[in-house]
Write a protein that binds this ligand. Structure first.
Ligand code: PBG
Length: 328
């Protein structure tokens, strides 16, 4: 009987050959580490729901970046917690805004590749990703005024570019945001700054820990009127197509693990690099299970990131970046 078994996949699973036939190889240069800079503190403050991550004062930007570079990770995504918030998120586009200050330090003093998240939710006192419609607090059918928000996003991207950012990443799911940002960057002499669009960003419950970290939870309502319905996939391709038409250089899918089908589909349909954001909740749940002794942290994290790459992601944003890069 055994002679008829000509094809035995196990032959290629021995230790000498496993790595030679491995289809997916994760590298530290695939990874982007998110960093939170906080204008309200002089010392690092631990983020309880994201073990190992801190809010970092601007003065520690370079020290933080150097720790990341040491692990082999070469790129960061910057998020800011401003000194004050207001209705229009003006610290997002202020010349001396917290992210702009951190960008200057990181790009002047290190070789890290700096990507700036472009959104207003960390900077508005109501926590939404743009300016509100007139009666948004009382009327649940209202939220963010799409077209009024475009100009502020464009200003934010230009402010980051003037500070020296290497790439901007708009995450507000405002219709037309990529085109508005591309036009503004080009008009200000920054045609060399690429745009990585959070093109298919879902209204996900997995963002919970991030909203603590960046202090960006909406004060009322939720984001269902601008972020995508988790039930939809053809709509993701339409979102991606629109952003490419507007000039997006890199396309992001977010979150990652619950949306690997979307990552795969975008990879197959689109001739642009694909990024996937392994979000705060994906990080927190592995840590929580590991803390209880129910899962092993490092192998589950490595398996998660390998799966995201196998699905088709070229770039992976992850809070595990440093921990995993050290083991690659
Ligand atoms: C800002 C933004 C969010 C994340 C990245 N950029 C939060 C949100 O949309 O509520 C989430 C990142 C994460 O959960 O790790 N718009």
């Amino acid at each position: 009987m055994t002679e008829s078994l000509t094809d035995r996949p196990r032959r290629l699973r021995t230790d000498g050959i496993r790595s030679l036939v491995r289809e997916t190889n994760l590298s530290s240069t695939d990874l982007i580490a998110p960093v939170f800079v906080d204008a309200t503190t002089d010392e690092r403050k631990a983020i309880p729901s994201m073990p190992g991550h801190d809010r970092v004062p601007v003065s520690e930007t370079v020290a933080r970046v150097e720790e990341i570079l040491e692990t082999g990770v070469e790129a960061i995504m910057l998020f800011g917690i401003p000194g004050q918030k207001d209705a229009v998120g003006s610290q997002a586009y202020a010349t001396d805004g917290v992210v702009q200050r951190a960008i200057r330090r990181a790009t002047d003093e290190t070789d890290v590749y700096v990507i700036g998240d472009v959104c207003l939710c960390e900077y508005t006192d109501h926590g939404h990703c743009g300016v509100l419609e007139d009666n948004a607090r009382a009327d649940p059918t209202q939220t963010v005024d799409n077209d009024e928000t475009l100009d502020l996003l464009a200003r934010t991207a230009v402010a980051q570019a003037e500070a020296g950012v290497d790439m901007v990443a708009p995450s507000s799911m405002t219709d037309g945001m990529v085109g508005a940002i591309r036009t503004a960057l080009d008009g200000a002499g920054h045609s060399d700054v690429p745009v990585m669009s959070y093109a298919a960003k879902y209204e996900s419950a997995f963002y919970g820990p991030f909203r603590d970290a960046a202090d960006g939870a909406p004060a009322f309502g939720n984001r269902r009127h601008y972020q995508m319905d988790p039930a939809n996939s053809t709509e993701a391709l339409r979102e991606v197509q629109l952003d490419i038409e507007q000039g997006a250089d890199v396309i992001m899918v977010k979150p990652a693990l619950p949306y690997l089908d979307i990552v795969r589909e975008v990879r197959q349909e689109i001739d642009r690099p694909v990024a996937a954001y392994n979000v705060s909740g994906e990080y927190a749940m592995l840590h929580a299970a590991a803390e209880k002794g129910w899962l092993e942290l490092e192998p589950t994290a490595l398996e998660s990131l390998t799966s995201i790459k196998r699905a088709g992601a070229d770039l992976i944003l992850t809070y595990f970046a440093e921990d995993i890069a050290q083991h690659l």
